[in-house]
Ligand binder design. Structure first.
Ligand code: SAM
Length: 279
């Protein structure tokens, strides 16, 4: 393990502060500071940015973000046991780290951040997916963030970057790719974490586009895509029956065959359909 700062190695931090991982909080820690610095680098040039980190835990990724030059890191952590260790990180980095104790699903961090803002997190997977969907579906676009660099279970990461025709293609791919560029930047085996989870993981990097890739009303697109993939094995004329009484005509007007299944329809075609449905 390489020292990236003058703080003790993470194993020592965990022992000193009694931070044995708790399953209930989805705690699988990254202890290799080379790896956390590498993940931080995937978030782009941080020197002019505030970074929002969710779930810093003992501070491995936090130290990576700070050592890579983040202007400021605001970290939200639910586990109060981690706060003393994070206070040491803040002191070592001249107060560039601010920690808020609480549940990231309930806290609005925006009052504490100045643009440009990037987001980085290694989160429990259920919380990660819920936050991702919220970050992808704000009332206004562009969103508060320029990029999201997030650890997911490999299978979820694959759903985010999936293309038509694959099993992983669905609502998450459409939501992510409509208004962002999304790619998998690092694959990690279970052994990269302490304790190791059951599944492999991957880091996904998403960059917000200034405007949606294709025009569509967000709420209509979301409704159409949810209905289409809810019954993904059915033909669209059946799965979308509830969306509009004359759905076959609208599908045809959007250039989609009513006998196609959701899995085969491109993002562009779903946007065309959302426009037809909204007419
Ligand atoms: N970022 C650290 C790392 O990479 O080693 C810890 C990762 S661990 C997978 C997830 C962290 O998120 C834990 O520290 C856990 O306490 C915290 N956490 C879990 N649920 C949370 C929530 N709803 N809000 C904020 N933090 C949460």
């Amino acid at each position: 393990m390489t020292a990236i700062d003058n703080l003790p190695p993470l194993r020592e931090v965990i022992a000193t502060h009694g931070l044995q991982a708790r399953k209930s909080l989805g705690q699988n820690f990254l202890l290799d500071l080379n790896l956390t610095a590498k993940i931080a680098r995937q978030a782009g040039d941080l020197t002019q940015c505030d970074v929002l980190e969710i779930g810093p835990g003992p501070g491995g990724l936090t130290r990576g973000l700070l050592s890579e030059g983040a202007r400021r890191v605001l970290a939200i952590e639910k586990d109060s046991r981690c706060l003393p260790a994070l206070a040491e990180v803040s002191a070592a980095y001249d107060g560039r780290l601010t920690v808020i104790e609480g549940d990231a699903l309930e806290i609005d961090p925006l009052a504490h951040l100045s643009p440009p803002i990037r987001v980085a997190a290694n989160l429990p997977y259920n919380v990660g997916t819920e936050l991702l969907v919220r970050w992808l579906t704000p009332k206004e676009w562009p969103p508060f963030w320029e990029s999201l660099t997030l650890m997911f279970q490999k299978e979820v990461a694959e759903r985010i970057v999936a293309t038509p025709g694959s099993k992983a293609y669905g609502r998450l791919a459409i939501l992510a790719q409509w208004r962002a560029d999304a790619r998998i930047v690092i694959h990690l085996p279970p052994g990269a974490f302490t304790p190791p989870p059951k599944v492999s993981s991957a880091v996904v990097h998403l960059t917000a586009l200034p405007e949606p890739r294709y025009p569509a009303d967000a709420a209509t697109l979301s409704r159409v895509v949810a209905a289409a993939f809810n019954q993904r094995r059915k033909m669209l004329r059946a799965s979308l029956k509830g969306v509009a009484p004359d759905i076959e005509d609208r599908l045809l007007a959007a250039g989609i065959q009513p006998t196609e299944r959701a899995e085969q329809v491109s993002l562009e075609a779903f946007c065309a359909l959302a426009r037809e449905v909204a007419k």
